[in-house]
Ligand binder design. Sequence first.
Ligand code: GLU
Length: 489
Amino acid sequence: MPELVRVRFAPSPTGALHTGGARTALFNYLFAKRNGGTLVLRSEDTDAERSSREHEASIAADLRWLGLGWDEGPEVGGPYGPYRQTERQDRYALAIARLVEIEAVYPCYCTPEELEAERAAQERRGEAPKYSGKCRALTAVQRTGLEAAGRVPALRFAMPAREIYVEDLIRGSVHFPAGTLGDFIVLRPNKTPTYNFAVVVDDSDMAITHVIRADEHLPNTPRQVALFEALERPLPLFAHVSMILAPDHRKLSKRHGARPIAEYREEGFLPEALVNYLALLGWSPGDDREFFTLEELAQMFSLERASKSPAVFDEGKLRWFNAHYLRAKPLPERAELFEQAARDAAGASMQADEGWWQRFAAAVSDHVEVLSDVPREVAALQAEEISWSPDTDVELASAPVRELLAELLALAQSDRKDRFAGVVSKDGLKALGEKYGLKGRSLFRPLRLAVTGSEHGIELPLLLPLLGAPRVARRIASSLQRSTTGRRE
Ligand code: GLU
C-alpha cells in the first residue's frame, strides 16, 4: 500500500501571515489534496518573546479566509498532537536524551561574545562563518571547571565529517561538502529547543512524508538531514519552493508584495484571486491557462511543475486577477459586495433607490479592480461640487450645446419623472441631440463634461440614471452658469 501523504505548514506565530507564507501554505494544501493526504498546521512558537496566541489566531483566520483548511492542528487536534511546539517539551527531552546517549551532542560553554569574536575573526580572514567546534574537545575536568565558574552550557550537535546530499523534489540533488557546516545548537542554555532540532523531532513524530517550504530553509536542510540520521528516523522528502522576488528582482519588500494577507483582505481583494495568483508564483500548469479555482488547482497541482527559479511578484497582475474575479460574479452578488465596500468606507453612506446598487455595479465594473476602488466611484456620483477646467467652460459655451443642456435641465427638473427617464436612454439622447444638430462625439462629449467635469467614465445612458434627475439638474445648472462666465472672458 502506498504511504499516505502527510504535509505540514509550520508558521512561527511571530507576526501576520504574508504572501510568501500563504504561498507555502497553499502549495502544501494543494499537494495534500492532490494526493488524498493530510495537511497539518503546526505552530512553531518556541520563540517565547516574539510568539503570541494572537498571531497564531490571525494566521489561522487568514488561512481560512483563503479557503485553505487543515486536517490536524492546534485547535482541531489530531492523532499526532499537540501541535504547538511549546507543548511538545517531553518529545524534545526524549530526543535530547537519545542524542546524549549516542554522544551526538556535546555541551558548549561559549558565550555570545566569544562566538561573535570567532565570527568576526573568520570574516577578517575571508572565511565563511562556522562554529570552530572548540567545545567538542573539552575534557570532563574542563567542563566541571566551566560549570563551577557559573557557565550554563548549550547543547551542540556534532555534524558528521562527511558530505551530505539533500534530495530535493524541485531542485534535484543538492550537495553540501564535508566540513562546510559547523556544529549547531539543539538546546539553548535556557533549555529551549532550536528550530533545526524541534523541526526534525516534530516532522518525524508527526510522520510527515513531504516537507514543502520556502527555499530560504535549504541551508538548514543538511543539518536536519544529519539529525534525522543520528536519531535513526526515516527522512521525509524535501521540496524547497522558489523565492518570490519584487519586480526589480530584489528581495520582496513591504512596498512590493511582502504584505500581510489581512491587508489584501481589507483592501478588497477576493480570496479566490489571491489563491489563483499565488498558485502561479513558482508553479505552472504547463500551458497558457491562467484562471483556476482552488478545486481545479487541487486536481492539477504537482511538484514536478514547481519551478526552482525565483518568481516575481507583480501587484498589478494580482489586481488584474482580482478584477477578473469581481466581474465574473453574478450581478446581485457583485452589487452586494460593492454596496458593502461603499458603506464600510467613511462618508459613503448613500441613500439609494431600489435596484441602484445593481445598476451601479453593472455600470462601474470596468473601473473597479479591487473593492477599495468602489468608494471613489460612489463619491464621484455623489459629489455636489465637481471640478471643471476652464477649457471645459469654453467647450460648453457654444449655442447649440447650451440649448441642448437647457432642455435637458428642464426635463430633469420636470415633475414628470418619465420625461427624464425617456430622454436618458441612448436613443432618447440621440433624438435630443438631433434637435440641435449634435451627434456622436459632439453630443456625448459636452454632455459628459457638463454632468461630470471629466472626459471619460461610465456610459451616459447608465450614468445619468445613476446620478438621478435632481443631481443631473444641479450639475447642468451649474455648468451653464460657469460656461456663461467662460464665454464672457
Ligand atoms: N517556522 C518556520 C518558518 O516559519 C518553518 C520552517 C519549516 O517549514 O521547516 O519559517
